[in-house]
Design a protein around this ligand. Structure first.
Ligand code: ADP
Ligand code: MG
Length: 883
């Protein structure tokens, strides 16, 4: 057909240059399809086919008027075809045509579908990737400009996201397109048209450039996704650009997509909540250490992972919680399971050692012993009615039990009970494992027996005393005879060494047996090594099974650990829901309750009360109260029971905490700049479904700065973000916020003050505190009496003067200045808060001499006094003042 000339020839040569399935080429007032394309579209779209002759042949032709192209294009593309459109333009000698765009399902702008129309990419992370995610994904909707990137930890998650976004077109990355299993799995989940976009577009460097060019220099770092997600995003950008739709400009914002089940828990929050280590960097005293009762290292690892990666899916959490519930009430079965787990080794690690070829016989023995744990656990779960009825049954049934038994039996038959740690010198296998090996072992043992009994035989036969047979590196096997008997040895004994008290001999027979022994040993070592390698490869081939079993045992271990802690500490099962309500009755801090007589406290957050300003004296328990709330929510979202009498938890999509720089500065860790950038991050990232804990934020700067920042942040969180928030502050002024912002309420940690002493009650009550108790703490701490008294004095005056009056969000706080040199207050020029001090008050602190002078000055009548006398008086005053 390529020999066609003219219009038809032009059509075919354009068609050859595009990978689109169909080509619509403009010829004057029509877009025409030729050849097979014409027949195809006439079938699909009911177009009339005519014949066009060229170069003596005739070609089918179908066309649509230029103005009507869109609906036809749309119909073809929505059926999953990619259509190239070639427009006609004028040249000096007539017309020429050029492909101006390729319309594909993911780049079709003219869609009338209401659904988002995602163009997606999936890129597999290569083996040496630094990223924890196996896949990177990107989704772009050209009709709206929405652009998202995501990491997918494993294939399951990647497929789930693909299913969720339901893209109309998918660009598989270079590794993905050759993976038939994966492509089949993808096809099962979406009807997306698969398009093979050029491989170079997926190259990390080039993709990174494309993303930065499009969305700004900082983008790549800000997104916090792996290299493959960036590659995916870059490939989409290049594809959209090449499609010629000109919509690249509409893509202005790129965001990281977090799966539905994702809960944000940044590093700062993990540290503030002392999840895995305390503020001082110790593991001891962390939440993890407190609740960890696991029996195995894999179980401990998993429990830690759960704490660091809380979940939001009610199903996932309820499954865990139900298992914990069953395990916590079946104490006997739980103890039995935990004892059984004590015999388990780290199967995941053993599996990877087998795969690397570094596992020795002891490792395989450990694998065997651990595989034997599974049926025991299954048995215990099955025979306890409550456990049998819980989701724990599904957990323990997940791995292929039969396959696990088979592998265990195979290892049982193979590995010797106490194998050596080297794999090259034999002794690894059980007798009966391999016939050829058995023969070698038989011969080896016979010979060993021969050597073992030789000394006795020689004694008897030649009447020798003090005979031993032994072996060493230099002499090989030898017969050693004591000095006293050495002269009586038979003639065929050949002396090889004289020692202080004995002589060493060899014989021809001994040497021959020794050679045989060495041959046998070598043979046995080689043979066993060969067999062992084969066995190890077999085990490596079942790595997935080992991992399954390992994961199951770890899961049971982690669940049993949660159950143990719940049972021993009277924790309760939280009620979980997707709403906003957060109600905790008599909650406790999971770590502090271990070492303290803890005073339980309630929390109540509802739709119309989502922001609590927590005030109270220093050291009264504000920080503890807020952390306790965060820990309880976190534990609930791990699937654990919680330290409370009752808890109803609206699941959150993230927990954010920030502790004021001053508290952190004490640990030498933070600056005010860090405090503010973390506050900024919270204000950007938190959503209305998040839990935000702000502890003395704004404290790292001057008072009025701090109050202003805290004030504005509160308004923003309340009005714009709408997150559930607890804000502890010693700025008493902030309690005024509750009057202006409907969802803000005050609570305070109560303290009892009697005879100038403060008792901390640790009880949280409604309403604001009426004052700061900092001075009492100073007193308790032994600050000298005069300083404490003076501080009380200053505080009283500050209160009287109403030093600060914060009004709503709009007006600036008004500041009254405390003049250190005079000990007085000076009001600002236009103060509406503090009154300027009265004249009489000013005189109080002037010394009596000056006062006299002033009185004198006041009483003098200038008109009645002669000038000379005035001069004398002034000189006298000056002298007195100078004194
Ligand atoms: P604040 O943040 O108000 O200065 P903290 O939360 O740091 O106070 O608590 C001060 C001390 O009181 C800590 O040692 C803490 O262990 C203890 N504490 C706090 N809350 C309670 C409580 N509910 N029951 C018992 N002790 C508590
Ligand atoms: Mg505090």
């Amino acid at each position: 057909m390529t020999e066609a000339t003219g219009i038809v020839g032009e059509f075919f040569s354009l068609k050859e240059g595009t990978d689109a399935e169909l080509l619509a080429m403009q010829c004057g007032d029509f877009y025409e399809f030729f050849g097979e394309d014409a027949e195809f579209v006439s079938d699909e779209l009911d177009l009339k086919v005519s014949q066009k002759s060229s170069h003596g042949s005739s070609y089918p032709m179908a066309g649509v008027p230029v103005d009507d192209l869109t609906p036809y294009l749309k119909a073809l593309v929505e059926r999953g075809y990619r259509v190239a459109v070639a427009d006609q333009y004028e040249t000096d000698d007539g017309h020429a045509r050029e492909i101006v765009r390729v319309v594909t399902p993911g780049t079709l702008l003219e869609t009338t579908e209401a659904d988002a129309q995602y163009l997606a990419t999936i890129v597999e992370t290569d083996g040496n990737g630094r990223s924890a995610a196996d896949y990177g994904l990107a989704f772009a909707d050209v009709t709206t400009g929405r652009f998202l990137v995501a990491d997918a930890e494993d294939l399951d998650e990647a497929l789930t996201e693909l299913y969720r976004f339901d893209p109309v077109e998918l660009l598989p990355g270079p590794d993905v397109r050759t993976d038939d299993d994966l492509l089949d799995a993808v096809r099962e989940r979406t009807d997306a048209t698969m398009t093979l976009h050029e491989t170079e577009a997926f190259a990390p460097k080039r993709a990174g450039h494309a993303v930065r060019d499009q969305f700004g220099r900082e983008t790549v770092d800000r997104l916090g996704v792996g290299e493959s997600a960036i590659a995916a995003a870059g490939a989409i950008l290049s594809y959209v650009e090449e499609s010629g739709t000109g919509v690249l400009a509409s893509m202005t914002r790129i965001q990281t997509h977090q799966g539905d089940d994702h809960v944000t828990l940044d590093a700062t929050t993990q540290r503030n909540l002392e999840l895995t280590e305390t503020m001082h960097g110790d593991g001891d005293g962390s939440l993890f250490e407190t609740i960890d009762h696991t029996e195995t290292s894999a179980g401990a690892r998993l429990l830690k992972e759960w704490l660091q990666r809380p979940r939001r899916s009610v199903e996932v959490l309820e499954t865990r919680r139900e298992s914990v519930a069953a395990l916590s009430s079946s104490a006997l079965a739980r103890d039995e399971i935990r004892e059984t787990l004590g015999d388990a080794y780290d199967l995941a690690r053993l599996a990877s050692k087998a795969s690397h070829g570094s596992a020795d016989a002891r490792d395989l023995l450990a694998a065997r012993e651990t595989l034997a744990v599974l049926p025991e656990v299954v048995e215990t779960v099955g025979s306890d009615p409550e456990l049998a009825d819980s989701p724990l049954t599904d957990v323990v049934d997940r791995p292929d039990g039969a396959a696990a038994d088979e592998l265990r039996e195979r290892l049982e038959e193979a590995i010797a009970p106490e194998p050596p740690s080297t794999v090259t010198q034999g002794g690894l296998f059980q007798y009966g494992y391999d016939d050829e090996l058995d023969e070698v072992i038989d011969r080896h043992e016979e010979l060993t027996e021969w050597f073992d009994t030789l000394a006795d035989r020689e004694k008897r036969q030649y009447g020798l005393a003090h005979v031993t047979v032994d072996r060493n590196k230099t002499d090989g096997y030898y017969v050693q005879v004591g000095k006293s008997a050495a002269d009586g040895v038979p003639d065929h004994y050949e002396e090889i060494k004289t020692l202080k008290n004995s002589k060493r001999f060899t014989t021809d027979e001994l040497e021959e047996k020794e050679r045989e022994m060495l041959r046998l040993e070598e043979r046995r070592g080689d043979l066993e090594y060969e067999l062992f390698e084969a066995l190890r490869e077999d085990v490596a081939a079942r790595a997935e099974l080992l991992q399954d079993v390992g994961r199951t045992l770890a899961t049971v271990d982690a669940l049993a650990s949660l159950a143990t802690h719940a049972a021993e500490n009277r924790w309760v099962a939280p009620e979980l829901h997707r709403g906003d309500r957060l109600e905790i009755e008599q909650g406790r801090h999971p770590v502090v309750e271990q070492t303290t007589e803890f005073v339980p406290n309630d929390v109540g957050m509802t739709d119309d009360q989502q922001f609590l300003v927590v005030t109270g004296p220093n050291m009264s328990g504000k920080s503890t109260y807020m952390r306790q709330v965060a820990c309880i929510v976190l534990l609930a979202q791990v699937g654990s029971f919680v330290p409370a009498k009752r808890a109803e938890i609206g699941l959150v999509d993230g927990i954010f905490t920030r502790v004021g720089a001053l508290d952190e500065l004490a640990q030498g860790r933070s600056t005010f700049m860090v405090e503010m950038s973390e506050l900024s991050n919270i204000l950007h990232t938190a959503t209305e479904e998040s839990l935000v804990i702000l502890d003395e934020v704004g404290r790292g700067t001057a008072t009025y700065d701090g109050i202003s920042i805290a004030w504005a942040a509160t308004e923003y969180l309340h009005n714009e973000v709408g997150a559930k928030t607890l804000f502890a502050t010693h700025y008493h002024e902030l309690t005024g916020l509750a009057e202006n912002l409907p969802r803000v309420a005050n609570v305070h940690v109560a303290a009892d003050e009697r005879d100038g002493d403060v008792t901390f009650l640790r009880t949280v009550r409604d309403g604001p505190t009426d004052r700061s108790y900092g001075i009492h703490v100073a007193d308790l701490a032994g600050v000298p009496g005069p300083v404490v008294d003076r501080a009380r004095d200053v505080l009283d005056r500050l209160r009287e003067e109403k030093a600060i009056e914060a009004k709503g969000g709009s007006s600036e706080p008004v500041q009254t200045v405390f003049d250190v040199s005079s000990g007085q207050f000076r009001g600002p020029a236009n103060a509406d808060g503090g009154e300027p001090p009265e004249a009489g008050e000013t005189n109080e602190s002037i010394d009596p001499e000056a006062k006299d002078v002033l009185e004198d000055l006041e009483s003098i009548d200038v008109n009645e006094t002669p000038p000379v006398e005035l001069i004398t008086k002034v000189q006298k005053w000056q002298r007195r003042l100078e004194e």
